[in-house]
Design a protein around this ligand. Structure first.
Ligand SMILES: Cc1cc2nc3c(=O)[nH]c(=O)nc-3n(C[C@H](O)[C@H](O)[C@H](O)COP(=O)(O)O)c2cc1C
Length: 379
């Protein structure tokens, strides 16, 4: 029976356990998207805290695909030395590291990227249309951008790349009928909507070679009207398997629908599984031969153990719990099996004023209060 703390290998990438730090934007890169010492320190802390595979926050593959200030970039060779620093910091702390390659598509932010957002189609919103539909030359260019980004990650000694095709960003937009209204070869049937992702996967593979792990993060479903369904996701996963992808990380939702976003607020409703996408994961494992990483809502060692032991997933991905407790995996391994202290209030998306980078808002407020008490005591 598979167990959480046993070592595994994915296409040559050795992992010391089955825990993954799911990509989580740290907001610690420079204005040009270069890595910083603060980002190195944060990523090393996850590896030092016991995580087997660390995935830094999404890195933009081309300038118009940038989503937010402080985002890591992988769109220029000048960024390779900084990226190499990140990989080295994680390796020194005992972990493996994969770079998530991303493009925000029509949700790109012009104030941040300096460009107009582009995607499969213009996105209709109550406030008006956002972005415009990409031309065929732009699809070719973005495919090359993903491939060049993968080459940079490999040169920087990352152990793997992860193509971000979840959460309503560019490749997820193409997969989803909610965003993708195209009438050409890239829209319509799911095999058409998957075309750009498959072209990107092929181009990335062509750049990094067969002996290098290429992962994909997919939505189980979008939870948008007419959006990507679990059946669609399984079709896409089957195509990715045939294309020679090495593993899939399963997430879900977008930033558009707050209730069923990729980072849901609070505890699951009674009767709902702790892991948001457990049922979709079980279907995946029943139909698809690829290793699966499951993220979303997992907060207890008991659930993590059960999911892996029952074969519902091969790996357990955590995002918010590690913001509050970077040493959570080490804590569990040492025998303190209390659930993660994360309360899923999403304060990490909106940290207290004056905070720098990714912080747990609950911990940050407590630390401020403690500092304030000390200051008063010293007066
Ligand atoms: C502050 C924050 C930033 C995130 N940034 C990313 C990201 O860069 N790429 C990504 O794929 N998911 C991102 N996510 C989503 C997480 O990877 C994960 O899918 C989600 O939070 C659910 O897992 P959890 O319940 O363990 O937090 C982010 C989540 C948070 C809270």
């Amino acid at each position: 029976m598979p167990s959480l703390f046993e070592p595994t290998v994915i296409n040559g990438m050795a992992l010391r356990n089955r825990f993954v730090r799911s990509a989580t934007a740290e907001g610690l890169a420079t204005a040009d998207g270069a890595a910083t010492g603060a980002l190195e320190t944060m990523l090393a802390a996850f590896a030092g805290g016991g995580v087997g595979l660390v995935i830094p926050g999404y890195a933009y593959v081309s300038p118009e695909g940038k989503d937010e200030a402080g985002q890591l970039g992988v769109c220029s060779d000048e960024q390779i030395p900084g990226l190499a620093g990140l990989a080295s910091a994680v390796h020194t702390a005992g972990g493996a590291v994969a770079l998530q390659l991303a493009h925000a598509g029509c949700l790109g932010v012009p104030e941040v990227s300096g460009r107009d957002p582009v995607g499969p189609s213009a996105l209709d919103t109550p406030e008006g249309a956002i972005g415009r539909a990409m031309e065929h030359e732009e699809l070719t260019a973005v495919t090359h951008a993903f491939a060049a980004a993968a080459r940079r990650a490999k040169e920087a000694a990352f152990d793997a790349v992860q193509i971000h095709a979840a959460h309503g960003y560019l490749l997820s937009q193409f997969l989803s009928p909610y965003f993708n209204r195209r009438a050409d070869a890239y829209g319509g049937a799911v095999s058409h909507r998957a075309r750009l992702l498959l072209e990107v996967a092929r181009a990335v593979r062509g750049e990094v070679g067969d002996a290098y792990p290429v992962l994909v993060k997919l939505n189980a479903a979008d939870f948008l009207p007419g959006g990507l369904s679990v059946d669609d996701m399984l079709r896409v996963a089957g195509m990715l398997e045939a294309e020679g992808i090495d593993a899939v990380e399963l997430s879900g939702g977008t930033g558009l629908e707050q209730g069923l976003s990729f980072s849901r607020v609070g505890r699951p409703a009674p009767g709902e599984p702790e892991a948001y996408y457990e049922l979709a994961a079980r279907r995946f494992k029943g139909e698809i031969g690829l290793p699966l990483m499951l993220c979303g809502g997992i907060r207890s060692l008991e659930t993590a153990e059960r999911l892996v032991a029952q074969g519902a997933t091969d790996y357990v991905s955590l995002s918010r719990p590690l913001i509050r407790e970077p040493r959570l995996v080490a804590r569990w391994q040492a025998g303190d099996t209390a659930p993660a202290r994360c309360i899923s209030d999403n304060g990490c998306f909106d940290p207290p004023e004056g905070s720098v980078g990714l912080v747990c808002a609950v911990e940050e407020r407590a630390a401020r209060r403690a500092r304030e008490r000390e200051r008063r005591a010293g007066e």
